[in-house]
Design a protein around this ligand. Structure first.
Ligand SMILES: C[S@@+](CC[C@H](N)C(=O)[O-])C[C@H]1O[C@@H](n2cnc3c(N)ncnc32)[C@H](O)[C@@H]1O
Length: 297
């Protein structure tokens, strides 16, 4: 499975890497960014790659291993960065990149319900081995209150028909509990006007996005991850973040602004960097990407 790394040239440019650097890829995915990072930092450099999805991590290890730099791969959530790095010899970072959200492999072939085009169990957790403490989309759909479901569809999905979709979710589960993605697609289709089902963007896109963000607590994880990463960053070290959602971008923007106010950081991107028309044509999934970067003083 191929995942085309988004804004690759720009990520490398803003990271401004030196041979021998210690670099964190907080969202390793299929290693598209890491592969280039390794080439920049050379055999004396160290790449630390974190990925929540254990299966992807295994596949990516094989891809990166011949690049030449030293590598440390960690299966975990970047919100626990401090604890994940504690047992290792890593005391500081020269640079870090966060490329948020999910990747093509998870969308197309994870079997965990990220895509409304495939009939799969509604798990939507980035973690491969989901335990009884881990949230799933099924738990949200089958047990959360109508109001709470409405809130996530409205806030995380910016779904204009959040009210009717949440009402119909609660009505439907009284008849039959949700099991698979197509159960949710059916309810979404019944909850929106006909014109909404004929647009270029699929009518269930925002509902699926909202559930994924809620299941993985993506916004809180981002805040925690950024704070912990900043603490580990050396002075002159850089952090680069690619986000795909306005709420994520706001968190990144405010975090960097705060660092500037504290005179702890220099914001390197006055406005977010967007993919070129050429990149969007080649990789339509890059369309909503926004890159921001900051240097620690
Ligand atoms: C957009 S993809 C990264 C793609 C990668 N840069 C590449 O070029 O292949 C985001 C990845 O981050 C992982 N991820 C998302 N949130 C995470 C978190 N809080 N901790 C660790 N990994 C996370 C997802 O499982 C996904 O594989």
């Amino acid at each position: 499975m191929i995942h085309t790394p988004v804004l690759l040239k720009e990520v490398i440019e803003y990271l401004s890497l030196q041979v021998g650097d210690v670099v964190l890829d907080a969202t390793l995915g299929l290693g598209g960014h890491s592969f280039e990072i390794c080439k920049e930092i050379g055999k004396d450099g160290t790449l630390v790659g974190i990925e929540q999805d254990s299966e992807l991590l295994e596949a990516t290890k094989l891809k990166i291993k011949d690049t030449g730099c030293k590598t440390i791969f960690i299966n975990g959530n970047f919100r626990n960065l401090d604890k994940l790095l504690e047992p290792l010899e890593i005391k500081y970072l020269d640079a870090a990149v966060f490329d948020l959200g999910m990747n093509t492999a998870q969308l197309m072939c994870s079997g965990r319900g990220f895509s409304f085009q495939k009939n799969e169990p509604l798990i939507m957790n980035f973690k491969r081995e989901v335990g009884s403490d881990d949230l799933t989309a099924l738990e949200i759909l089958n047990t959360w209150s109508k109001e709470d479901i409405f809130e996530i569809l409205k806030d995380y999905g910016e779904e204009r028909f959040a009210r009717s979709i949440s009402a119909n979710i609660v009505k439907q589960r009284k008849v039959r509990k949700f099991k698979t993605t197509f159960d949710l697609v059916d309810v979404a289709e019944r909850s929106v006007p006909v014109f909404y089902t004929k647009r270029r963007i699929h009518f269930a896109t925002k509902t699926f996005q909202a559930l994924r963000i809620a299941v993985n607590d993506e916004l809180n994880a981002l805040e925690e991850g950024l704070n912990k990463c900043w603490d580990l960053l050396k002075s002159d070290g850089r952090v680069v973040v690619i986000s795909f959602h306005s709420l994520e971008d706001r968190i990144v923007k405010n975090f960097f602004r705060e660092k500037k106010k504290e005179e702890a950081g220099i914001v390197l991107t006055k406005k977010p960097i967007r993919p070129s028309r050429e990149e969007i044509l080649l990789n339509p999934k890059s369309r909503s990407a926004k890159l921001r970067a900051c240097e620690k003083i």
